[in-house]
Design a protein. Structure first.
Length: 242
């Protein structure tokens, strides 16, 4: 792992990185210790910490209430900067709503599938029905094809999603790094999933530290075994980061 430095800016994925993955998104909960860790990191980094997640900003705030941290939600589609301003695309959600019809109907017909609507994106989870992985991904791809070039598929661990084209976690991190208090610091991004690879590539170009949490192929240079190891490493930076 990289040697600790005081001038880091932290970008942290949530599910599978800070928190253990649960059977469904709604089953994930934060412990008081998790919130204390994130709050302490935010304070010691002088505010240069952002949560970067596939969850919506609303869902992120519910998990880490009463904190309202800088955050990128829905894989970078929406972003709240350090001043609390929320940036969203000029995108008609009607396109996604039409695409959602067949995905929602498919989920309703198959036990174990969970359809999740987030506002600017939607997800079909098949963690409880892994044998339906191929069919679930095919349905989402077909919905994206029917919707046209304005939307794209984002694959992840046991999930296939639809979101507006041209947005990802890497671009969200780039936007944060142009702003105070992130600008001029060394970016450090911890993530566990395919969607985090966009961020890892950006971090690498910026000369920062990309850290993969858990197994799987990755472009990240560094790796920790699981969320517990990630939390322990972050806590160690609090104690020894200068």
């Amino acid at each position: 792992m990289p040697p600790f430095q005081r001038n880091w800016a932290f970008f942290l994925d949530i599910d599978g990185t800070l928190l253990d993955i649960a059977a469904t998104p709604k089953a994930v909960h934060t412990a008081k210790a998790d919130c204390r860790l994130v709050a302490a990191l935010y304070d010691k980094a002088d505010g240069a910490l952002a949560l970067v997640s596939g969850r919506s900003l609303k869902m992120i705030d519910q998990l880490f209430s009463p904190m309202r941290l800088p955050a990128a939600g829905q894989h970078g589609v929406e972003r709240r900067d350090s001043r609390g301003r929320v940036h969203r695309p000029s995108f008609s959600t009607e396109v996604l709503e039409r695409a959602a019809e067949q995905i929602r109907e498919f989920a309703a017909r198959h036990s174990g599938l969970v359809f999740e609507e987030k506002g600017y994106s939607m997800a079909l989870h098949y963690r409880l029905a892994p044998h339906l992985a191929g069919a679930a991904n095919a349905v989402v791809r077909e919905a994206a094809r029917a919707a046209g070039e304005k939307v794209e598929v984002q694959r992840g661990k046991m999930v296939a999603e639809l979101k507006p084209s041209g947005h990802d976690k890497g671009r969200a991190i780039e936007a944060f790094m142009r702003e105070k208090p992130f600008a001029g610091r060394v970016p450090v991004f911890l993530g566990d999933d395919l969607t985090d690879e966009h961020g890892f590539r950006v971090i690498d170009r910026m000369g920062g530290h990309a850290i993969k949490v858990g197994p799987g192929a990755t472009v990240a240079r560094w790796r920790v075994a699981n969320p517990a190891a990630a939390r322990a490493w972050l806590a160690n930076w609090l104690e020894n980061g200068g």
